[in-house]
Ligand binder design. Sequence first.
Ligand code: C2E
Ligand code: MG
Ligand code: MG
Ligand code: MG
Length: 275
Amino acid sequence: QSKKGGRNQLSFFDPSMQQSVIKRATLDAELHRALERQEFRLHYQIQVDAWRQPIGAEALIRWYHPELGTVSPAEFIPLAEETGLILPIGQWVLKTACQQLQAWQDKPHTRNLVLAVNISAKQIRQKNFSTMVLALLEKYQVTPHLLKLEITESVLLDDVEDTIKTMLSLNSIGIRFSMDDFGAGYSSLQYLKRLPLEQLKIDRSFVQDLENNSSDRTIVRTIITMAQSLNIDVIAEGVENEAQRELLQNKGCIHYQGYLFGKPVDIEQFNRFLE
Ligand code: C2E
Ligand code: MG
Ligand code: MG
Ligand code: MG
């Protein structure tokens, strides 16, 4: 008994744990100031078809802090979701994405690019979410079908009916939806058919071992077959080599995103890359 208690106490003073608590508190405080200090940037990662032609891009947020350096979204987005800061941050992302779409619309080689933006469950549950999105499209004169919203299966956990309504209303004016990280989380096929989804994005975890893992190949084939019968497009994320791309193509997935085609880069690099 006492031995057990002792061990628990020891783990309470685990220095790495203490450090992570301090780090979280620091991150949270700094995150509050990051927007006004203009420390966020969007990076863009290309999405291609079977002929390696660009079809669009995904916008991925980057945080450059003067002392902390580059903080990964995998670290600060979950924190921002907990504290609610994801709402103003998400709005900034959408605004910046619309400004970029406006700029692309003026050039012949970029005018058809679809830009995918990651949306947190908390964002889409905001009462005025669709009004806010519509206002941005109007302000920057962006055709709605050039904007794609990436949601994850976590939107299915709460307030599903309201979320479906919001999605239907945005979809009715032409905005597309993609289900990100598909297969990685909680997924109800019952809801899937009720959502106005244009695309399923196969999670990277199924792509990375495709060559060696036969159950991953089966899962991927099953996702593709299901999507095809529901008339939903499929894109694979995290495609890193030609062998993976070929396996995906053989199974009927012809849209890809991953380091094989390009890493996420800033807008100057991205535009240069397209030229
Ligand atoms: P995600 O939406 O699934 O984005 C894909 C992630 O995989 C990105 O990580 C991207 O850099 C990375 N990736 C792309 N291709 C490859 C590849 O071939 N190999 C490997 N190993 N990785 C690849 P990133 O940029 O660190 O973003 C992490 C996550 O943070 C995103 O996952 C998304 O959930 C979230 N996130 C990023 N930007 C935003 C945003 O603006 N809003 C919200 N709500 N979430 C965001
Ligand atoms: Mg995404
Ligand atoms: Mg993803
Ligand atoms: Mg992912």
